[in-house]
Design a protein. Structure first.
Length: 299
């Protein structure tokens, strides 16, 4: 029985064996990565430089763009480098860093989306108390809590995953280091230990999910009571981008991690990994800027 630390490197999943297809994969991921960098970078710059966007909603949007940049930068560059150089390897410490950073950015983003739902709830349902409940200090504290929760959650999972004993070699069936794929290499007793933490994490995630659902139920009830059609349209324009981003993020990641075992194959796992790790960071800026005139003007 080999301990995971005895491996100096892991072997990631290769998208293709032919050189032409490897370069095609590199080109596609490069285009996606540059688009994500440009879109999120524009939002960060616009919010930071335009004083009209110095409000809680855009402050949280800036944090969301930072998290999106971090998450997509954790997975794509290494995969592109491997395709460009015809390699599959990632060092042991590099794999640890990938797992830690990806879990950190994605769990912090989930917490931030919960905070953003609270922001929309206060803006729609309690507008007279908006500036009191969400002043600059409260916004910074909530954003810091989202980042801190992601750090603690990532520390817990990473510290629990890599000390385990690996019994099935060092080939990870994914284009980045992913906890479920690493656990497939472990012994059964180590897997049960991680499963216990996943149960606790799922309960916390479900609590945030219920909070967001209940918040939007209250929001839609309040919006439908607005007498003017213009007021309803403005309220929906404020809420629908966040709801779309939340649905995309939760739908792709939950299905990737909670799908039934019978619905598992290397190709399906690969597609789902792309859906939850690559698509949301690229599309989030487009979703938020599509119907937001202030943001479009600032950009």
């Amino acid at each position: 029985m080999s301990n995971s630390s005895s491996f100096r490197e892991f072997l990631l999943l290769a998208f293709a064996d032919r050189r032409e297809l490897q370069l095609l994969h590199f080109s596609l991921f490069l285009a996606i990565y540059l688009a994500a960098l440009l879109a999120n970078g524009l939002i960060i710059t616009a919010v930071a430089c335009d004083h009209r966007l110095h409000t809680p909603m855009y402050f949280f949007l800036l944090n969301l763009s930072l998290l999106d940049l971090g998450s997509i930068s954790t997975t794509l560059p290494k995969s592109m480098a491997n395709s460009l150089w015809g390699s599959r390897t990632i060092s042991y410490l590099g794999c640890v860093a990938q797992v830690f950073l990806l879990v950190f950015f994605m769990s912090a983003e989930y917490s931030l989306l919960t905070v953003m739902a609270y922001d929309r709830y206060i803006a729609i349902c309690r507008p007279l108390h908006y500036r009191t409940l969400l002043d600059s200090r409260a916004c910074v504290q909530m954003a810091a809590a989202a980042w801190a929760s992601g750090f603690l959650y990532s520390l817990l999972h990473t510290g629990n995953t890599f000390p385990i004993a690996l019994c099935q070699g060092n080939e990870v069936e994914q284009f980045f280091c992913e906890i479920p794929q690493i656990l497939k290499l472990s012994c059964s007793d180590s897997y049960l230990r991680e499963a216990g933490i996943n149960v606790i994490s799922s309960c916390l995630a479900f609590g945030c999910f219920i909070f967001i659902v209940v918040s939007y139920m209250q929001i839609f009830r309040a919006v439908l009571r607005i007498p003017s059609e213009q007021g309803q349209h403005k309220a929906f324009s404020m809420c629908l981008p966040h709801l779309a981003v939340f649905s995309l993020f939760v739908g792709s990641s939950f299905f990737a991690y909670l799908k039934p075992p019978s619905f598992t194959s290397p190709s399906i796992d690969l597609v789902l990994a792309v859906l939850y790790s690559v698509v949301p960071p690229t599309l989030n800026p487009l979703i938020y800027s599509m119907r937001n005139r202030k943001l479009q003007d600032a950009v």
